[in-house]
Design a protein around this ligand. Structure first.
Ligand code: AMP
Length: 448
């Protein structure tokens, strides 16, 4: 899970990239970076931490040029090491290349091993380097051909932006699992994971990059090509459940409306006789609004969020994760004391968050704490970039709903049905990857 952005403009791009990366910050808080072409060379600044901490005015000024790419990084399985900070850069055949990537390759290890056997020595542990290496290897003067060749070989999910000294290339995986949008104004063209950066920069004409689409942007304008691998889309439903910003409209589904509808449907499927509907912020808020409105029960802020903390999953050990949940969310005693509460959250993954929150809601005086979850149980790991743990750590893979209820100590517990979660997209069922719920993987994760 990461956020990518690429900008081609008539004016300097580094400030725009900085704002854009800021609005993609929710997609990764581990590290960030940008590379800008000054027309001759590519120049990079990057570092570990939030965009606002890594970049200062001087760095932004130093990155002068009208084409650039940027990345916010979530460490995931590859671990947090400074050498993994993107964009990555490479030099081959008299050209400089820079790549920023969101996704996960299921055949990453196989490709890496093969290349290593040929004598390639990698400098990072991430998929991005394998992709960059393959593009450089296949490059024979036509970058689109090189990307097409690479897309024949790599398998999994990907949305990527590639920079050369006078060109910006964007490409999205054949099943379009990870999001990618393109926005266009008279001054600038922006390719990015979500629409927020384009909107903030003032661009209104925004569309989704299509499955298997390769976009080439240079002085001749925008050209679109398709990989032979392009397939029916299988957009990640978890983007709408949790990951994307509320203002994200990705592949025709708006995250806020999706979450609100899920709350409404859940209120019908699993009603609750309580005094207050309390969201687990932030992703639980639209769903709690939907639940409360549908049920006619007051909505209340019962948990106060520390907005300056990263997301829970960033903490690698269980103990650190538990501490992080405590720091991140604090019960509002004055609201919940003596009340019967229904807590609304988007998902239960390991179960740490809900167990911890329910305990603390009770300590803060809640009379009853019911839990409603606006995604179906997460029973299968994601191999395409959402950092879910292996099956043995997924609580719903190992316990029944009643066992989970007991473990997290909720008065009652209900998950939205898979049918309602699908209905809330307002789009055809076969357009989504819901492998985390049903184990139906659009790209076979077992690569031989
Ligand atoms: P857990 O504590 O493992 O049950 O995680 C569930 C909580 O983490 C919920 O509050 C979700 O909003 C949030 N969450 C779900 N999926 C992810 C993810 N991939 N990365 C970070 N947080 C997540």
């Amino acid at each position: 899970m990461s956020g990518v952005i690429g900008i081609y403009s008539n004016s300097s791009v580094s400030t725009k990239l900085f704002f854009g990366l800021n609005s993609l910050q929710h997609r990764g808080q581990e590290a960030c970076g940008m590379v800008v072409s000054d027309g001759e060379n590519l120049n990079r600044e990057r570092g570990e931490g939030l965009v606002i901490d890594v970049f200062n005015e001087n760095m932004i000024k130093k990155l002068s040029g009208n084409i650039g790419i940027g990345h916010v990084r979530y460490s995931g399985a590859a671990g947090s090491h400074d050498y993994n900070t993107e964009p990555l850069m490479g030099f081959a055949k008299g050209n400089e290349f820079a790549l920023a990537y969101d996704g996960a390759l299921v055949n990453h290890q196989i490709l890496r091993t093969r290349l290593e056997e040929e004598g390639v020595m990698f400098q990072t542990s991430i998929d991005t380097e394998v992709i960059l290496y393959l593009i450089a290897r296949y490059y024979k003067g036509n970058i689109v051909d090189a990307v097409k060749q690479t897309m024949k070989v790599i398998r999994g999910s990907y949305s990527a932006v590639l920079l050369m000294k006078n060109k910006l290339i964007a490409f999205r995986g054949p099943s379009a699992i990870r999001p990618l949008t393109i926005g266009e104004s008279e001054d600038s063209i922006i390719v990015c994971s979500e629409n927020a950066p384009s909107e903030i920069i003032g661009i209104e004409k925004i569309r989704n990059v299509l499955p298997g689409e390769i976009i080439e942007i240079d002085e001749a304008g925008i050209k679109s090509y398709f990989s032979d691998e392009a397939k029916r889309p299988r957009h990640c439903i978890f983007e709408y459940v949790y990951f994307a910003r509320e203002d994200a409209t990705l592949d025709k589904v708006n995250a806020y409306n999706y979450r609100r509808r899920c709350g409404e449907y859940l209120s019908i499927e699993a009603p609750c006789d309580v005094d207050l509907v309390v969201p687990v912020p932030d992703s639980g808020i639209p769903s709690a609004i939907g639940y409360a409105q549908e049920a006619g029960i007051p909505f209340a802020t019962g948990l106060v969020k520390n907005r300056y903390m990263g997301r829970t999953f960033i903490k690698p050990t269980q103990e650190e994760r538990e501490m992080a949940v405590k720091l991140k969310l604090n019960p509002l005693r004055h609201v919940i004391e003596g009340k019967r509460i229904v807590l609304i959250d988007d998902s239960i993954v390991r179960g740490t968050t809900s167990q911890n929150l329910i305990k603390r809601m009770r300590e803060a005086g809640a009379k009853e704490v019911h839990m409603r979850i606006t995604s179906p149980p997460v029973c299968y790991p994601c191999y395409y970039g959402i950092d879910t743990p292996s099956r043995k750590n997924l609580i719903a893979a190992n316990m029944s709903v009643e066992e989970i209820r007991e473990r997290i100590d909720a008065d009652t517990l209900a998950f939205i049905s898979p049918e309602a979660a699908q209905r809330a997209t307002l789009i055809r069922e076969d357009r989504f990857c819901k492998a985390c719920f049903n184990g139906d993987y659009p790209v076979d994760p077992i690569v031989i």
